[in-house]
Design a protein around this ligand. Structure first.
Ligand code: FES
Length: 193
């Protein structure tokens, strides 16, 4: 059976209906940590706060700190942990490092694409799940490995992956439908031939 091998922080997406980031929070974080000496830590705090790093937040950070936006973007694009696009409330990451690739990571991604009805790198329409391929998670002996929010699963098969994600969807009380929408309910008392 798949085994949980590590715990990592979950991502937090902006709540639905919120127009834009509260830029006062940028000031609160930069008051706490000087971005000129702690840029990565500040970006981590901002991403934790907003779920991702939207442009107005980066502009505000540049304005308050005097660190050029180009340098901030350079850091964001260098580190895979940072994202400038909104993420789903739950992040599903499949390791595609060498050991996991050899052990069948693509079958795991395929199973997730089918279960969540989203392509690798995408987010479901309801903003519940983001599916990503990532580099080595440091658990190669458990390959193939995936992480769902703060739980990491190893020694996966495609079937086990489907079971895990279906259980999670049920646990969260969600319904995941193909992009076309929910299937029509079966008609009751239909004629029999
Ligand atoms: S290659 Fe997947 S955990 Fe190392």
């Amino acid at each position: 059976m798949p085994r949980r091998v590590t715990r990592t922080p979950a991502t937090v997406a902006l709540p639905a209906g919120v127009d834009g980031p509260d830029l006062d929070r940028v000031g609160a974080i930069t008051d706490d940590l000087d971005p000129r000496g702690n840029l990565i830590a500040v970006l981590q705090r901002l991403q934790q706060e907003f779920g991702y790093l939207p442009e107005p937040v980066i502009d505000e950070l540049a304005r308050l700190s005097g660190v050029p936006a180009s340098r901030i973007y350079g850091v964001i694009t260098f580190y895979a942990q940072f994202s400038t696009t909104p993420s789903g409330r739950h992040r599903v990451c499949v390791c595609h490092g060498t050991a996991c690739h050899v052990a069948g990571a693509s079958r795991i991604t395929e199973a997730l694409e089918q279960e969540l009805h989203v392509e690798d790198g995408g987010t479901t329409k309801d903003m519940e799940f983001t599916l990503d391929s990532v580099a080595c998670m440091g658990a190669c002996s458990q390959a193939p490995v995936m992480r769902v929010d703060d739980e990491t699963y190893g020694n996966l098969t495609a079937d086990q992956t489907r079971t895990i994600v279906r259980e999670l969807i049920a646990e969260l009380g969600l319904e995941v439908h193909p992009p076309g929408g929910a299937p029509e309910p079966a008609a009751e008392g239909g004629e029999r031939s």
